[in-house]
Design a protein around this ligand. Structure first.
Ligand SMILES: Cc1ncc(COP(=O)(O)O)c(C=O)c1O
Length: 402
């Protein structure tokens, strides 16, 4: 299909929700994808942080094939081995928790919100308020949209939204403490904001949240949908601050490329859940769970260490880009990194793609890097060479116009 036909196809057959790039992907392996013209791209976007273990990892694909040959779906009215094995493996990574499987990050967060309200009801709390943060992104269902930064998401169009969310400045403990009232039941945070511009919550802030939750009897909810599952070099990113949230949500890379969400809740919250209070037809699909088990097996302690090392190499290289006057700041942890520019990032993303490198831009000016955990040093070097040539081409023109 010719490039100019993509847009008309989009407008004829799809609801126009995504500004898709005019390439048709036909194959993907590890950190490389190919389009229908045979063009090869180094992928530092990983399907929006989903292919953490790389595209079509052999072990994940084999697990999918093996499970698919047995059965695809039987419903949550019966036990299945992949779901039981995964529940054991995942709760084993978060001691004292129980899990509910869904299909996406938004669903995982939706349940976190329900659980907080359920817990509040059972604990005689009169209020319903969940404190959230500016630039947060928790999903696109009505409740998760309400919990996200409305200014950035056209939330007003979809009103009325569920009530009970109050957004506060990120990393501001004083304002957080001042905002806690008798109506507050929980604090919901992405330990590293992804869509909001790769903003890292300081260890002090996360510890402060944990202390405030203990003092005021609130629930600490961590949205690890993007920053969890090893991406920052620890299985959960909040581990680095030494905190233990009551509810943790996961999705994205959990099943190596298949849809799967998970909400983990510590027993003091989980014990209130009873049959009929929540459910999902597809949640915890056996094929997704079988894939996820392989992903968890791949995330060994030495692999997590290697993510930290690779992340440091990539961050150091990106820091070198500060020689270009348009680069304001490099931030992030492990393999979740952002480069804030002083100008729009879209032309950088476009030219990089034309030169064979897939990256992303969020919050208009933040280039985002979410490579596979298994990306090689050689691939990072090649990617950074391409990125450098993009900067060499674009920066002089941008500077000349200023
Ligand atoms: C931190 C965070 N939470 C929730 C979501 C929503 O996940 P999903 O698109 O799978 O519903 C996202 C998606 O980008 C996310 O980054």
């Amino acid at each position: 299909m010719e490039k100019n036909k993509y847009k008309s196809f989009e407008l004829k057959h799809f609801l126009y929700t995504f500004k898709r790039y005019p390439i048709l992907i036909t194959k993907a392996k590890g950190s490389v994808v190919w389009d229908d013209q045979g063009k090869r791209y180094l992928d530092l976007f990983s399907g929006l942080a989903v292919c953490g273990v790389g595209h079509t990892h052999d072990r994940v694909v084999r697990a999918i094939q093996k499970q698919a040959s047995k059965y695809l779906h039987v419903s949550n009215y019966y036990y299945t081995a992949p779901q039981m094995d995964l529940a054991k493996a995942l709760t084993g990574r978060y001691m004292g928790s129980r899990v509910f499987f869904s299909n996406s990050g938004a669903e995982a967060n939706e349940l976190a919100i329900k659980l907080a309200r359920l817990w509040a009801t059972k604990n005689g709390k009169r209020g319903r308020d969940i404190l959230t943060f500016h630039n947060a992104f928790h999903g696109r269902t009505l409740a998760t949209a309400a919990a996200s930064d409305g200014k950035n998401r056209n939330n007003s169009i979809y009103e009325p939204l569920p009530k009970g969310f109050k957004a506060l400045p990120f990393n501001d403990l004083t304002k957080l403490k001042a905002a806690i009232s008798s109506k507050t039941i929980a604090i919901l945070i992405e330990p590293i904001q992804g869509e909001g511009g790769v903003n890292v919550a300081s260890g002090e802030f996360l510890k402060g949240i944990a202390r405030a939750c203990k003092k005021h009897r609130l629930l600490f909810i961590a949205d690890e949908v993007q920053c969890g599952l090893g991406r920052t070099g620890t299985f959960f990113s909040f581990e680095q601050a030494g905190v233990k949230p009551d509810i943790v949500t996961m999705a994205k890379g959990l099943a190596g490329g298949l849809p799967l969400g998970a909400t983990l809740a510590l027993d003091r919250v989980a014990r209130h859940m009873k049959p009929g209070l929540h459910g999902s037809t597809f949640g915890g699909n056996p094929v997704s769970c079988a894939a996820s088990l392989e992903v968890l097996k791949l995330l060994t302690a030495s692999q997590l260490k290697s993510i930290r090392t690779t992340g440091r190499i990539l961050k150091d290289t990106l820091t070198g880009f500060q020689r270009y006057p348009v680069v304001k700041e490099i931030r992030g942890e492990g393999l979740m990194l952002g480069m804030e520019l002083t100008c729009p990032g879209a032309p950088f993303v476009d030219l990089a793609r034309k030169k064979g490198l897939l990256i992303n831009c969020t919050k208009e000016k933040v280039l985002r890097f979410l490579p596979s955990y298994f990306i090689s040093r050689k691939e990072i070097e090649s990617a950074m060479k391409i990125l450098d040539s993009v900067f060499q081409t674009l920066v002089p023109t941008i500077e000349a116009k200023r």
